[in-house]
Design a binder for this molecule. Structure first.
Ligand code: TGC
Ligand code: FAD
Length: 403
């Protein structure tokens, strides 16, 4: 495996990304935030950019990156150090996600799922024994985790789930299936949400070796090709009482994990947008048509000017959300607004950047199509574009479109 990775690294171009900070937002970040961001940026340039097109082309997940992600502190950056996290604040978590997604949304997904959807619920809802048993191994990348909420017939409406647990001596018997689960085929453990006999949603940690557990891979994705996705199938899996989260009941358990991950995605999308803008800006100065650089044409300038304007607005939005998150005041609806706006902004920018690259924009010589295809998933997972719109609508009107 290592030889293959080294050969691929040697055969590809270097990552020429330069940061774009039109409103001097870096001045609003602390020295620690900048150090964390630059360390992750260097790591992405070294470890991700040289190989990612090839992995995406082959629809293969670069599993070897799990260890490196752990080493750079990408798993649970804002969780306490004693529980396997990085002990940093929400802004640091955000800038790390931005840099990872600048490399690839799938790589950011590896970190989002492990940190926000697996470590965070164990930290927030787990017993002390559950925390001590699983968090250090997840933080160090020794264990890979996944998060099972979505089902084949319940995506936007997870409250309708049919996966269930029934009480037996010493624990529960788990039955059902989860769909579209990032990392499930390679996960050592799964945080699973299922209804108990009273119809209340409970969370639990399920280990891959338990009888009746399987996690088949989903093939044929044109998006997030360098990320592995699968199902989770439970056929009479015995889950000991000690693996069930003791207190949390109801949909607010999984939804509060989603708030954490959606916040990271709102930062991450800016990374993907910056990469597309950076590539388009450079190309517009290097590519000549009609005897001059295409960046000299007003129509190209309009595209670039609108791109940096939208990126700057998204940066301002996320900086304020990060400040509120650090104060513990960011509401789920505010997070929904940022996730929806920033991911859509990134997707629009990817489409404009593709046009600026002309025919070259459809090739894997440039990162554009990979980002654009990835962002189609990012627009849908963690709550679709329209679901987040309805969350904002509900927040401002006080009227619930889902009931
Ligand atoms: P509703 O009655 O509104 O709420 C139930 C309870 O949950 C509370 N709540 C939240 N708490 C924390 N954070 C949030 N974001 C919350 N949203 C709601 C709410 O206050 C209530 O609490 P309580 O105490 O009253 O019980 O629930 P509903 O059934 O009407 O659904 C509302 C809706 C549609 C907004 C929600 O179900 C939703 O967000 N749907 C989208 C589903 C989704 O986002 N799935 C994501 C699956 S995971 C994933 O995609 C991972 S991708 C991984 C990767 O990065 O690779
Ligand atoms: P549906 O809910 O069927 O939605 C279809 C369409 O209907 C959408 O446009 C939606 O906006 C619209 N719609 C639905 N309800 C309404 C409404 N009330 N009003 C208006 N429009 C509506 N899930 C996990 O649990 N864990 C994971 O790790 C995970 N990883 C994923 C990785 C990938 C690559 C993908 C693609 C998905 C992943 N998901 C995961 C699932 C993801 O969260 C769901 O795909 C998403 O929540 C949408 O559900 P759905 O695909 O069933 O679409």
């Amino acid at each position: 495996m290592n030889n293959v990775v080294e050969t691929i690294k040697k055969s590809v171009k270097t990552d020429r990304f330069e940061h774009h900070d039109y409103y001097l937002m870096d001045e609003l970040l602390s020295e620690d935030h900048l150090l964390a961001r630059d360390a992750v940026r260097d790591w992405v340039k070294r470890e991700v950019s040289p190989i990612i097109e090839d992995y995406a082309n082959r629809a293969e997940c670069p599993h070897h990156l799990f260890k490196g992600l752990a080493e750079i502190g990408a798993f649970g950056p804002s969780l306490p150090v004693e529980y396997g996290g990085g002990g940093m604040d929400e802004m640091a978590y955000g800038v790390i996600m931005q840099e990872l997604e600048r490399g690839d949304s799938g790589v950011r997904s590896m970190a989002s799922v492990q940190g926000s959807l697996v470590m965070y619920p164990i930290y927030r809802f787990g017993s002390e024994a559950q925390r001590m048993k699983y968090l250090p191994k997840l933080g160090s990348g020794e264990y890979i985790g996944c998060f099972g909420l979505t089902e084949p017939d319940h995506g936007s409406n997870p409250g309708g789930m049919v996966t269930n647990i029934k009480k037996v001596d010493g624990g529960y018997v788990l039955n059902g299936a989860k769909m579209w689960i990032t990392n499930s085929p390679v996960a050592d453990i799964a945080v699973v949400w299922a209804k108990d006999e009273d119809g209340k949603i409970r969370g639990m940690i399920v280990e891959k070796d338990w009888e009746g557990y399987s996690a088949p891979e989903i093939h044929g994705k044109w998006s997030l090709r360098a990320s592995i996705t699968g199902e989770l199938v439970f056929e009479n899996v015995f889950v000991p009482e000690e693996n069930v989260f003791p207190e949390i009941k109801g949909l607010k358990g999984p939804l509060s994990c989603l708030s954490k991950a959606r916040y990271g995605i709102a930062w991450g999308a800016i990374g993907a947008a910056l990469d597309c803008y950076d590539s388009a800006l450079r190309y517009s100065k290097e590519r000549e048509q009609f005897g001059k650089p295409i960046g000299q044409f007003q129509l190209t300038q309009k595209k670039l000017a609108e791109m940096i304007t939208e990126i700057t607005k998204a940066q301002l939005l996320i900086w304020r959300l990060g400040s509120l998150a650090n104060e513990g005041r960011a509401t789920p609806a505010q997070i929904s607004m940022a996730k929806r706006n920033n991911v859509n902004m990134a997707l629009e920018i990817a489409r404009e950047a593709r046009q600026i690259h002309g025919g070259m924009g459809i090739t894997n010589e440039y990162p554009i199509m990979r980002h654009m295809m990835n962002l189609e998933t990012v627009l849908t997972y963690e709550g679709t574009h329209d679901i987040h719109l309805l969350i904002t609508g509900m927040d401002v009107t006080g009227l619930n479109a889902f009931k």
